[in-house]
Design a protein around this ligand. Structure first.
Ligand code: SF4
Ligand code: SF4
Length: 73
């Protein structure tokens, strides 16, 4: 059996995320939402396993806050 291809997942850099929300509607699976953390809001991935790694959210982010990373382990 070949190993399944590793799926990269979006990692959101909260030091770059402005909370603009542009990434949220790009996810067809509705996996991204803005969550308040302190007095700011950041994009948060709700279900890592459901994410297909399509990268749409990362491409959409105008602030380069989303990096696609293959989870280790
Ligand atoms: S598009 Fe980028 S900056 Fe805007 S909420 Fe999403 S991750 Fe944050
Ligand atoms: S990579 Fe695709 S499936 Fe995963 S959160 Fe981003 S838009 Fe949704």
């Amino acid at each position: 059996m070949p190993f399944p291809r590793p799926v990269p997942k979006p990692v959101i850099d909260t030091s770059r995320c402005t909370g603009c929300g542009w990434c949220v509607p790009t996810c067809n699976l509705h996996l991204l939402s803005l969550e308040p953390q302190g007095w700011k809001k950041f994009s948060v991935l709700s279900d890592m396993d459901a994410c297909t790694g399509c990268r749409k959210c990362a491409v959409r982010c105008p602030f380069d806050a989303i990096t696609m990373v293959v989870p280790q382990g």
